[in-house]
Write a new protein. Structure first.
Length: 313
């Protein structure tokens, strides 16, 4: 595991109580699904003491929903992937909470404790998910009460005890308050993907991209798989993947093609994911840059449905 940083509970003196927007009875169930708060890319981690900084993990964003013994793992789009991770579900069921809604990330770790998305994909392909680790970093609901309107530092203070004696495969995400550039520098020296910086006094804002910032160590971008081309020659299943990216205004634009680096097993696996998602409607904002791509088929937001990341380095 990467070297931990002890939670700075002294930062609680800076917190500002935010009044809850709703009165939730003790017997209520957790929300069915909460749209996750998102991040905005930044060149550097902010330096002020009103920010806390966490490791940027290289895994699947996942929400854990606990409801009187029933545990669900929900993706960032609300899909229920509980059946894919039985070991993680079993570990979460042992937490000392009747009801809870936890934001986190599911990762595979290298021998040195650094998260690796490649290892995560391999674990999924081979059905070896017992070694995965769920890193919890936010608490939106606990034992009948919503905590989403509380300051982040207070939410983390309530989350921490749940994982103090948690089973292997569960881990609380520690943080550092202030000194963002120094934290990012240290993360990069450790070979980590980067740092997530969050306003420590703010409530949870579903879908918001301004209160959480990500500053990366690696020159990498993630894309949406928007379609594929038909196979040709000796290649089976498909020719190339068509990739897209979202701009700040929410529009999906064409980025280019990815057609190398796939073995036969990977081609077959991806084809099995993509075919059920095929749609006659082109998901891109404009056709201009894809007019020269022949025999194309569209698969709307396929990588979000499959959990696959595509990137350049």
């Amino acid at each position: 595991m990467p070297k931990s940083t002890v939670v700075d509970h002294r930062a609680r003196v800076q917190r500002r109580k935010v009044k809850s927007t709703a009165s939730i009875p003790e017997s209520a169930h957790p929300p069915t699904w909460i749209k996750p708060q998102l991040t905005r890319l930044s060149d550097e981690a902010p330096a002020g003491n009103d920010w806390l900084h966490e490791i940027k993990y290289d895994g699947y964003r996942m929400h854990a929903r606990l409801d009187h013994g029933k545990v669900q793992l929900l993706t960032r789009t609300g899909l229920d992937w509980s059946n894919l991770y039985p070991y993680t579900v079993s570990a979460l069921r042992a937490l000392r909470a009747k009801t809870a809604y936890i934001d986190g990330e599911l990762c595979a770790l290298r021998a040195d404790g650094v998260p690796s998305f490649g290892l995560l994909q391999a674990a999924m392909d081979q059905g070896r998910t017992n070694s995965l680790v769920f890193f919890a970093f936010d608490l939106l609901y606990l034992d009948g009460k919503s905590t989403a309107a509380l300051p982040l530092i207070e939410r983390k203070h309530r989350l921490h005890p749940l994982f103090a004696q948690a089973a292997p495969g569960l881990h609380f995400t520690d943080h550092v308050v202030g000194n963002g550039p120094g934290v990012r520098k240290h993360a990069c020296e450790m070979g980590l993907e980067g740092v997530i910086s969050k306003r420590l006094e703010q409530p949870y804002m579903p879908g918001n991209r301004g209160l959480w910032l990500k500053s990366k160590c690696l020159n990498r971008e993630e894309f949406v798989v928007v379609g594929w081309t038909d196979s040709g020659g000796s290649r089976s299943h498909f020719g190339a993947l068509l990739l897209g990216y979202y701009t700040e205004d929410g529009r999906l634009h064409y980025a280019g093609r990815a057609g190398t680096g796939f073995n036969e097993r990977e081609l077959a696996r991806l084809a099995g994911v993509l075919k059920p998602l095929e749609t006659p409607r082109m998901p891109l904002h404009s056709r201009r840059r894809v007019r020269t791509v022949s025999a194309r088929r569209w698969s709307y937001r396929a990588c979000i449905g499959s959990g696959r990341k595509w990137s350049w380095k």
